[in-house]
Design a binder for this molecule. Structure first.
Ligand SMILES: Cc1cc2nc3c(=O)[nH]c(=O)nc-3n(C[C@H](O)[C@H](O)[C@H](O)COP(=O)(O)OP(=O)(O)OC[C@H]3O[C@@H](n4cnc5c(N)ncnc54)[C@H](O)[C@@H]3O)c2cc1C
Length: 405
């Protein structure tokens, strides 16, 4: 009798494991059990309905640096299946991809349905069974097999693959088996600052800011920054939320965001201003253009520096220079709370990486148990890196099961 492989979760990681396994071992009895009535739900909504499948970055070291949790774990396996292999994989299966200027890779069709259709078609062509509405409620190891309990059904399998994403009940189920779970926490969120005094500038963005969190030493990110009605968003904020997800949770999402609006070098800028007091004494400070910031933002920062439009460089004084530098390079905003970014979020935490073998994605405390995708303690910043982790895990787990089952 052919060995039975149960894959729990019909998301990106579950499908990728199933297809790669079925392609190399067609005689295995492979079933995806999906708890909801929807397959690949996140694939369909991801990337604004376009599915950002991976990223241009192919170098395993550079790629691994996009993962606040799991980077070191993934570094070596990206040599086996990284973004280069992901692009080849989809290309060989009639899914042309395109790379956008910022490095994100999408299906050339510009719709996530292409990825959905590819994965569901390949699963079906390769004989993978898919059962919807099958929510796993408990697992027990019985000799070399796993006993699975679903609502209204019990069954046994030889190999169990957990591809359930970040589901608290599953974490509890795994915890009951003695598998260590790192507390799940949100990552990739925007910062709330209700009624902040830049709200009138909502919609305005700067292309390159430095952002940091006053209460977290060494926290510093760069990238675009967007002012919204309710707070601050865009990549420089999302990166802070991902890299400091745990520290921010400890601060109960109440902290001071420090903004350097133009990624200025404060010491250099100070020297420039001091020089202007000598070389351009009669020029108005307000007319200084080299800040390259949007005019409305400059007006607000200038006014908050308590300078007058008629103040010239000879009148600004040391204190005036410091006030202007503070507004330009260390603007402080009180943050209270967080919001999701375009409904996109990931979870930091999950199965402790010390219990997972990076070469096989096997859970090393239990026989015939594998874990792939967001269920393990791996997450990334935005840019297609989270799906990349799901493809990498799925591919390696499939390869390991194929070689063993
Ligand atoms: C709106 C949104 C947009 C995103 N966009 C991008 C993007 O463009 N690029 C990117 O890289 N990442 C993106 N992400 C993150 C990415 O979607 C996830 O990292 C990825 O989907 C994880 O895949 P997964 O298969 O591990 O988990 P999931 O996709 O969450 O799939 C897990 C599946 O398991 C099922 N399940 C859970 N518990 C049980 C159970 N007990 N029994 C049976 N089934 C169960 C769930 O119903 C689900 O279908 C986005 C996330 C969101 C929310």
């Amino acid at each position: 009798m052919s060995k039975k492989v149960a894959i729990i979760g019909g998301g990106a990681a579950g499908y990728f494991t199933a297809i790669n396994l079925a392609e190399s071992r067609p005689e295995l009895d492979i079933t995806i059990y999906e708890g909801s009535n929807k397959l690949l739900a996140k694939v369909l909504v991801s990337g604004g309905g376009r599915c950002n499948v991976t990223n241009r970055i192919e170098d395993p070291i550079l790629l691994s640096q996009k993962y606040p949790r799991g980077g070191l774990f993934l570094e070596s396996v990206f040599n086996i299946f990284g973004s280069k292999e992901t692009k080849l994989w989809f290309g060989e299966r009639d899914v042309p991809l395109k790379t956008e200027d910022d490095g994100r890779v999408f299906p050339a069709s510009n719709t996530s349905t292409t990825i959905y259709n590819c994965l569901t078609r390949l699963a079906s062509q390769n004989g993978v069974s898919v059962r919807l509405g099958k929510r796993l409620t408990s697992i027990t190891q019985q000799d070399e097999q796993w006993a699975l309990t679903f609502k209204e059904e019990q069954l046994k399998c030889d190999v169990l693959v957990m591809a359930t994403g970040s589901n608290p009940k599953v974490y509890q189920m795994l915890g009951n088996q003695g598998i260590e779970i790192v507390d799940p926490l949100p990552s990739l969120f925007t910062f709330n600052a209700k009624k902040h005094h830049l709200a009138d500038l909502a919609g305005l963005s700067v292309p390159k800011a430095f952002t940091s969190i006053k209460q977290i030493k060494g926290s510093k990110e760069n990238g675009p920054l967007l002012i919204t009605h309710w707070g601050f968003s865009a990549s420089s904020v999302l990166k802070l939320s991902a890299w400091f997800a745990r520290d921010l949770a400890h601060l109960d999402y109440t902290f001071t965001l420090v903004i350097n609006w133009g990624a200025f070098d404060r010491a250099e800028l100070k020297a420039t201003f001091q020089e202007y007091t000598q070389t351009k004494p009669k020029d108005k400070v307000y007319s200084w253009k080299e800040h390259n910031l949007p005019k409305r933002l400059w007006q607000v920062l200038f006014a908050e520096s308590e300078l007058r439009e008629y103040t010239n460089w000879s009148e600004i004084g040391k204190k005036g220079i410091e006030r202007l530098l503070n507004k330009l390079c260390a603007y402080e905003v009180d943050i209270k709370g967080k919001s999701t970014f375009k409904e996109e979020f990931v979870t930091a935490g999950g199965i402790n990486l010390e219990q997972v073998d990076p070469n096989t994605f096997a859970v090393n405390t239990h026989n015939n148990l594998y874990a792939v995708g967001e269920v393990i303690d791996i997450d990334a910043v935005t840019g297609g890196f989270n799906f990349q982790a799901a493809w990498t895990g799925g591919y390696l787990a499939a390869k390991a099961i194929a070689g063993k089952a």
